[in-house]
Ligand binder design. Structure first.
Ligand SMILES: [Zn+2]
Length: 285
């Protein structure tokens, strides 16, 4: 009666196995996992664990076609991945959007005491999961939550999707160096370099981070007005690694800007495991 949860992120994949709780959680590179899905799982689990496995729940960071059981990974040199075929020998397989799973995980196990919760990831990409009146929103084909592609900018920065001025093109981990260069006139190799400059007291880096927060606040204001959440929790590597710089300022920055009452905004409760816990919740209920 065991389940396997697989969170396929843009960079890393987490897999968790368990019965009620997780017995173990492991992290691997997404590219490696996608190249050998079936073998990877056979090698990770003991014969006994494989025998007890009944359900497999997969979350994907990117557009998917639930009918065909495929998804289209961003940031990787693979056009589309058939998820169902290599996994169906292990048990019943379901596939969901990663942020949808994350909000379910936070709602079920995050101790947030609300029926109206939004989860936002600020990571390699940006996305959201929404629970309204206790119901998870999934959209007509399961691809709900591509909030990273809402237009919020005016600098003409190009998004990975091909369009311009999307939130993800300004504030995702992959885009932060480009925005920072625009604002500060300095080149940063990656987002971490910018934050390190900031921690050392650099004023240009501070200006860049202020601008990132201004764009984040614009997008979060839109989300508050659209969904009227009581609480917003933020996860993803950028938020988890720099909560004081990226998450904490938001509460103040959206003050008096939203038509709807301001929700509480805080770092997600389950860290990088929100998605896995959501998959666990969808298997166990
Ligand atoms: Zn876009």
């Amino acid at each position: 009666m065991c389940f396997l949860s697989i969170d396929i992120g843009a960079t890393n994949t987490l897999i968790g196995y368990g019965d009620q709780e997780f017995d173990f959680i492991e992290k691997t590179k997404t590219e490696q996992f996608l190249n050998e899905i079936e073998n990877f799982i056979e090698n990770k689990l003991t014969d006994e664990q494989l025998d007890n496995l009944e359900e497999v729940a997969v979350a994907v960071a990117g557009p998917m076609d639930r009918e065909k059981g495929v998804f289209y990974p961003p940031n990787i040199e693979i056009d589309q991945v058939d998820i169902i075929t290599p996994l169906e020998g292990f048990g019943d397989v379901k596939i969901v959007n990663d942020c949808t799973s994350a909000v379910l995980g936070e709602y079920t196990y995050g101790d947030h005491s609300t029926e109206n919760l939004v989860y936002i990831t600020i990571s390699s990409g940006i996305g959201a999961g929404v629970i309204i009146d206790g119901n998870v929103l999934e959209g007509w084909n399961g691809n709900f939550g591509e909030v990273g592609h809402m237009e919020i900018g005016d600098r003409g920065l190009k998004c990975g999707c091909g369009e311009e001025d999307h939130w993800e093109a300004y504030c995702s981990g992959n885009s932060i160096p480009k925005l920072a260069e625009e604002v500060a006139g300095e080149e940063y190799g990656n987002a971490l370099e910018l934050f390190e400059e900031y921690y050392s007291g650099d004023e240009k880096a501070e200006r860049a981070i202020d601008e990132i927060n201004r764009y984040n606040a614009k997008a979060v204001t839109n989300i508050v007005n659209l969904y009227n959440p009581e609480k917003i929790v933020i996860g993803g590597a950028v938020a988890l690694n720099h909560p004081e710089e990226v998450v904490q300022p938001l509460q103040n920055l959206i003050k008096d800007r939203t038509i709807n009452e301001e929700p509480e905004i805080e770092l997600c409760a389950l860290g990088e495991h929100s998605v896995l816990h959501g998959l666990r919740a969808s298997c166990r209920r």
